[in-house]
Design a protein around this ligand. Sequence first.
Ligand code: N01
Length: 478
Amino acid sequence: MSPTVAIIGAGFGGLCMAIRLQQAGLRSYTVFEKGHDVGGTWRDNTYPGAGCDIPSHLYSYSFERYSSWTRRYPGQPEILAYLEMCADKYGLRPHIRLDTEVVSAAFDEALGKWRVRTASGEELFDVVVSAVGQLNQPHLPDLPGMSSFAGRSFHSARWDHSVDLTGRRVAVIGNGSSAAQLIPPVAEAAAHVDVFQRTPNWVIPKPDAVFAPAARAAFRLPLLQRAYREWIYRYAEGTLYRALTGGWSTGLLRKRALDHLHAQIPDPELRARLTPDYPVGCKRVIIDSRFYPALARPDVDVVTDRIARIVPEGVETSAGLREADVIVYATGFRSTDFLSPIEVTGRQGRRLGDEWKDGAEAYLGIAVPHFPNLFLLYGPNTNLGHNSIVFMIECQVRYIMGCLPYLADRGPMEVRPEAMDSWRRSLERAMGGTVWQAGCTSWYKNAAGRVTNNWPGPTPLYRRLTRTPRPAAFHFAR
Ligand code: N01
């Protein structure tokens, strides 16, 4: 009998898992999605200018190549449409429960099954696959007076499209990848934009290109499409990854970013404020060609004075009041919380939140000791700063598919603590060679400074390590 599988989340990860189960003829799965439709982060992030900085010919499933991308870096609507198309094409919709948030999942040792609870009640599953991602819980800063603001305010991932920015004074707090994409179109509409920068970011150009109908027709040739995908992948691996690990391209990446800054910001005083003082890649490098020109506009100010509080009229800084009609919090996500706020309980009443109090961790980023038959997609230490997350998700899905046949014969499987210890040690060793640990704060690390989000190795290594499950790493119930 095929195992019953609960998948939490219908973004890139959840849909990939569902497609592979469907293709294997394992139809006893349910995808729980708290939102009103599929798409995950691509459904949530509808801010103006939203898009991906990994070319979509790579940022898409390897088994569902798509020749119709209109440009190298398509916007959010195209990526969302791709995911919706996948949900339809693979017949996933009957298995997806929208507007259904999983509030808890508890492993029942007597039954050897998971009790998955939603607002409509509790259901039993053999397996739980978390596909909630790392960037799904918006982070709002804890600034005094936020509720006193007299205008409209919202987070970049909860864009309020009812607010017309035309002719308004807009305050954007934060200057990460989301801010870099939304500031140019906001500046086009608004009367004035204040960008509140706490730390400058390294920015490199985005070599975007429109694909004319002839190019799209050419991409229908599987060989060409495959070669282009492979080229993007190898470039990211051979050049960008090397720069994140102190390799040959580190200086090159820094030079590219500084050249870009010099070319696009003529004012030396602004340029100085936009120049980071930490190693390139320590924080996520921004890939964008429209950000700096927007910051250089006369109606845009980069404010580096410390924010003291929010007041009804706007943002009060150490240097005085900056009036605003609208505040956009482009302040990122609670990235190190992982499955939170879902209450996950494993064997012997162990709570995942407690197990992870010093930082989330999982064997291969997929399995957690004491939590049998719980598998994670895009889990701890599987984020990338240089290549496509979809690649990592496909590795993880293949691994989980490889685990399922064991369950029928040998019962629930649980990764051994020794396997986890050895995994932790190798991660720590590899992490020492990366640029993320020292010199900056970033969403890759928890409050204690431990890098809980990123994969420190090359991605071909991750693919190799996750190719097939190693039974010796697991304890089986039978
Ligand atoms: O979030 P972030 P994001 N007071 O965490 C600032 C992916 N993504 O949504 O740097 C003042 O990067 C914070 O300042 P500091 C991509 O992986 C991809 O922009 O901490 N400022 C920072 O400037 C990306 O890395 C794409 O000093 C405060 C900003 O808010 C990830 O999502 C597009 C503050 C948060 O930046 C997250 O990007 C969008 C405070 N209290 C997103 N708290 C593409 O593919 C926070 N900040 C292009």
